[in-house]
Each structure stands twice: as structure tokens, then as C-alpha cells.
Design a binder for this molecule. Structure first.
Ligand code: CA
Length: 242
């Protein structure tokens, strides 16, 4: 792991609290940006430098924190989110976690506890990343699918299915490159080992096959989605279709 400075985004409209959090986390060795509105937060999150974690208040002047959290997840951003709220009802906690938050803290909270929870999320992510690199090539799991690349076996809803070698290699490449736009040329080069091969329709045919295997509705894919004019994206958690 590289020891880069870890940046946090604090989304909180109460100036006092936001500034207090910034100073305290800076004292702990973090860099901290503050966003006072959901809109401002979206702007900061659109920048290329990633945040290590997001501290997100539920009550914001423009959009509530639950909605913002759902939007962050829908955009393919899986940065740890710790939600803050004045409310301590179980329903709010459930809504926060359903919206894709990783943890939840009711106001008023002890600063030490928030710092500990942020650190705990970062440790978990680092550990997942290390472990993920080790197991990533051997197996994958998304939606209703489970694939064992070593044993060349796949299951959908627990039922075994048959994959050809190329289908297996293609789904492996997708699962190793989640969330990213992958061009047809890249797939031809990396999976088919055919750089400069002119016929990209081959790729489309195979992606259709994967959709038939793994999508609930192959005509409305949520995992193997097309990106117009660019290629495909693999979304392990599924796209938000409406
Ligand atoms: Ca607030």
C-alpha cells in the first residue's frame, strides 16, 4: 500500500460542525474538503482525485443525505460513506444502509467514535483490496451468478450452467475490470488475443451470450451494460434501471 495522504469529504451544512470535523481530522493526518450542499458534494466527487471516505450528513439544504448516497452509488462510486444524523430511529439507520452507506452515527456523537469508525472503514477497504487481489482471479460473484474460474464452473441461482472457454475468459476479464468502460478493441486484444482484428461484432455476440446466461432480463441488462459509442461496462452490483 502506498502512503498517500488520505482525503475525506465532509458533507455538512452546519458550518460549526463541518469546520470542527475538518480541524480534528486534519490533526489526525487527513486532508479534508467540506461541501455544504449535496450539489457542492457532487461537484467535488466528480473530480478525478478520489476520496478515502465520505462523511455525509442526512439533513442538507438541497437534497437529503440518503438520496445523495443513492446517487453516489448509482454513479459507480463505492467510496466508504459514514452517515450522520440527528435522528436515531432504527428506520433511518436501515434507510441509510439501504441507500448504500457503510456506517451510521447519530448526532450528537463523540468525535473519537467518528474518527474510529472512519479508520475502521479504511482498514476494511484496504484489507478487502489485498484479499481481493488474491482471490479475484479464482472466483467471482455478482447478482445471481457465481463463477469458479479455476474449476471452470458457473452457477446461476445455484443451478450449474455451461460456459465455453471464451465465455469464461470474457466474464473473467469483465469481473477483473469492474465499473470501467472497456472498448471492443480492448476485449479483442485482451480476451481474444487478436489486436487490430477488424470485426468487433464478435464481441457483441459474446456479450449477448453473457447476458443470456447471467442477466434476469437479457434485453435490459444491469451487469453487462452497453456504453454508447465506447463499449461495455461491467457493474457487479447492477445498474439502476428504471
Ligand atoms: Ca445538516
Amino acid at each position: 500500500m502506498t502512503e498517500s495522504v488520505r482525503r475525506l469529504l465532509v458533507v455538512e451544512d452546519e458550518r460549526h460542525l463541518a469546520t470542527g470535523l475538518k480541524l480534528n481530522f486534519e490533526f489526525e493526518g487527513f486532508e479534508v474538503d467540506i461541501a455544504g450542499t449535496a450539489r457542492e458534494a457532487a461537484g467535488k466527487l466528480a473530480r478525478p482525485e478520489p476520496y478515502a471516505a465520505i462523511i455525509l450528513d442526512v439533513t442538507l439544504p438541497d437534497t437529503d443525505g440518503f438520496t445523495l448516497c443513492r446517487r453516489i452509488r448509482a454513479s459507480g462510486n463505492f467510496t466508504p460513506v459514514i452517515m450522520l444524523t440527528a435522528r436515531s430511529r432504527a428506520a433511518d439507520r436501515v434507510e441509510g444502509l439501504e441507500a448504500g452507506a457503510d456506517d451510521y452515527l447519530a448526532k450528537p456523537f463523540e468525535l473519537d467514535e467518528l474518527i474510529a469508525r472512519v479508520r475502521s472503514q479504511l482498514r476494511r477497504r484496504e484489507w478487502d483490496a489485498v484479499r481481493g487481489q488474491a482471490v479475484q482471479t479464482q472466483s467471482a460473484q455478482f447478482g445471481v451468478a457465481r463463477i469458479d474460474f479455476e474449476r471452470h464452473e458457473a452457477w446461476v441461482r445455484g443451478e450449474p450452467i455451461k460456459l465455453t472457454n471464451l465465455e469464461l475468459e470474457l466474464v473473467k476479464y469483465f469481473t477483473q475490470n469492474p465499473e470501467r468502460v472497456i472498448s471492443r478493441d480492448e476485449l479483442l486484444e485482451q480476451v481474444w488475443k487478436l489486436p487490430n482484428y477488424p470485426n468487433t461484432r464478435t464481441v457483441d455476440n459474446f456479450v449477448l451470450r453473457l447476458r443470456r446466461h447471467f442477466e434476469d432480463d437479457p434485453t435490459r441488462p444491469v451487469h453487462f451494460v452497453s456504453v454508447r459509442g465506447a463499449g461495455y461496462r461491467f457493474l457487479p452490483s447492477g445498474a439502476q434501471n428504471d
